[in-house]
Write a protein that binds this ligand. Structure first.
Ligand code: ATP
Ligand code: MG
Length: 196
């Protein structure tokens, strides 16, 4: 277990704007305090592990793997993250629930969050309609189409998942709204959490 709580987990459903908000918050922290924040991504670490094992060729192929393999890959990635996160101020960019062909895979199971021991779980949320349009507008990724009502249910389930992490670890749970065109505002709240 990491011994001090210098890790903030940032989560929220695909396309809500986690990575965008994180990048801006890291700049704001640098401006406000001169500190660097290390951003780690469980999906990226999983992709590295899965590629080495020959399971996938592209990142969006991860969630299509049999769930037993996804869990195995996730376990290895969790160990890598916990190790890397031992020293600096860290953000872990991740999903709490991953839509697979067999229901939701839990992105932050007990053994991952216990290893990470976060200070805070930040849940980024936005209007479901906006998320649908952000996904369609993002040409850098191969995103799954999802009905607006399903996006809404997925967001509600993410709240439950975020609270579960708080229950297991004692981390605080902070909801940050990523309003359309107002990334700076959401990022400023995340910077407050990092600097608390
Ligand atoms: P994933 O979980 O799949 O990695 P994500 O939550 O990290 O997704 P981003 O990649 O940060 O999401 O953002 C998705 C798209 O939404 C991007 O094209 C981004 O530019 C856009 N976007 C993010 N935040 C906002 C905002 N506040 N207003 C308008 N567009 C936004
Ligand atoms: Mg992202």
């Amino acid at each position: 277990m990491a011994e001090s709580r210098n890790i903030v987990i940032v989560t929220g459903i695909p396309g809500v704007g986690k990575t965008t908000v994180i990048n801006t918050a890291v700049e704001q922290v640098k401006e406000r305090s001169g500190e660097d924040v290390l951003v780690l991504n469980i999906g990226t670490e999983m992709f590295v592990v899965a590629t080495k094992a020959g399971h996938v060729k592209d990142r969006d192929g991860l969630r299509k793997l049999p769930t037993s393999i996804q869990r195995e890959v996730q376990r290895e990635a969790g160990v890598v993250i916990a190790e890397k996160a031992k020293t600096a101020k860290v953000i872990v960019d991740t999903h709490t629930l991953i839509q697979t062909n067999n229901g939701f895979l839990i992105g932050l199971p007990e053994w991952v969050v216990t290893a990470i021991n976060p200070k805070t779980v930040v849940l980024v949320e936005a209007d479901s309609e906006k998320i649908a349009s952000r996904r369609t507008g993002d040409e850098t990724r191969t995103r799954d189409a999802q009905a607006v009502t399903d996006i809404q249910i997925h967001q509600e389930m993410c709240r439950a998942a975020a609270v579960s992490v708080g229950t297991i670890t004692g981390a605080t749970v902070r909801i940050i709204k990523n309003r359309e065109g107002l990334v700076e505002e959401a990022a400023s709240e995340l910077a407050d959490t990092l600097l608390e």
